[in-house]
Design a protein around this ligand. Sequence first.
Ligand code: APR
Ligand code: PHB
Length: 397
Amino acid sequence: MTVRVERTEVAIIGAGPAGLVLAHLLARAGIDCVVLEDCSREHVESRVRAGVLEFPTVELLRELGLADRLDREAMTHRGVEFAFAGQRRRIDFEALTGKYITVYGQQEVVKDLIAAWLDRGGALHFEVADVTVRDADGTAPSVTYRAGGRSHRLDAAIVAGCDGFHGVSRASIPAGALEVADRVYPFAWLGILAEAPPTTEELIYSNHERGFALYSMRSPRVTRLYLQVTPDDAVENWPENRIWDELATRLPTGAGFDLRQGPILETAITTMRGFVASPMRHGRLFLAGDAAHIVPPTGAKGLNLAVADVVVLADAVERFLRHHDPAGLDGYSAVCLRRVWRIQRFAAWMTAMLHRFDGDDRFDRQLQLAELEQVTTSVAAATALAENYVGLPFERR
Ligand code: APR
Ligand code: PHB
C-alpha cells in the first residue's frame, strides 16, 4: 500500500489542552500545523479531568477569542477556603493579588478549542493509529501514522509532543537522552462528579485526621468532590453511601457548610505523582504538558502548566520559522522547566500541608496545622499561596 505523504510546518501529536492551545497560537502566527489525535472526538471531549483555570490561562483564551462560552458559563472564584482543626479560613485571591481563578471543566475547554479549530478549517485527525515520530534528531522530522485504512507520513519542520503522560513522544526519545525526576505519593484521590448543587461559593480544601478531602464544583448543578484514599484502593470499595459518609466526616459540615448529596455521575481514582522529564526537547521534537511533566492535582495546575509550555513553544517556533532565529527553541526547555519546578514545589507543598502521611506522628500533625494557621493568618504567607494558585505570569517576549 503506498504511503500518503503530507507536509506541514508543525506536526502536533495530541488534541488535549497542550496540543489544541498550541495549534491556535501557531495559527494566529500564520504557521501551518496539523493535529493528530488517537482517540475519537467524543472520547476526548468527555474525559472528566480538572476544572480550575488560572488567571493567565483565561486571559490567553480570551486573547485568542476562545472564551465566549467560558465567559457565559464558567464560575469566577475570588478566593478559596481551608478547613482544619474544626475551623474554616478563607484566602482572598483578589484582595491579595488582584486576580482570580475560573472554574470550568477541562473537557469544556477542550470542546471549545476543538470546535473553534474545526470552524477555522484547522487540520485535526481523530482516531489515528500507530503514530511514530521519525528523524527527530535531524532537520527533517516526520510523523507516520495510520488512518482511514492508509499509511501516512506527515513531514514537518517541528514535531510537538503534546500526547500526555502515556503518549509516544517522550517514549520516542532515547532513554539516555532524558533525565527523569519522579515522586509517587503514598496515597491517591477518589474523585466523584455528583448531580448536586454546590452549597458554597468557593472550593474547600480540608485537612482532616482521617485524610484529605476537597469540595469543588463544575456548575450551579454539579459538584466535584475528592477523598484521599490508599494508592491501591479501588472504586469497588467505595459504594455511594460510604463516599458520602466519609465526605461528611472530613468536610466542615456543621460549620455553616451543608454537603448536598445527589446522583453520582462518575467515580474514579487518580494516582498522585510528581514527574519531570528533562530536557523537554530532543532535536526537532519538543515535549509540552503532561508528555513532559505530571504534577499532583493539589495545586490544580496540570492544564495550566500545559498551556504555559505551549505559550513558550509557539513563540520559539515562530522565531525559528519566520525569523530564522533558533534562540527560542534552544531556550525552550530551560524556560519551561523553571516554571515546571516552581509549580512542582507549590503542588508538593500543598500536598504535604493537606494530606495524612502514613507514619505521621503527633509532631508532624502539629506542624501541618501550624502551616495552615500560618498561611491563613499571615498576609505574606497567604499572598505567596495566592500568587501561585491564581497563576504565575507566562514567560513571553
Ligand atoms: N497519538 C496521538 N494522540 C495521542 C497519543 C498518540 N500516540 N497518545 C495520547 N494521545 C492524545 C490523548 O488521547 C490526549 O487527547 O494526546 C492527548 C494528551 O492530552 P492530555 O493527556 O490532556 O495532556 P495535555 O494536553 O498535556 O494536558 C494536560 O490534561 O490529563 C490532563 O491532568 C492533565 O490537566 C492536565 C492536562
Ligand atoms: C477540580 O475541581 O477538579 C479540582 C480543583 C482543585 C484541585 C484539583 C481539582 O486542586
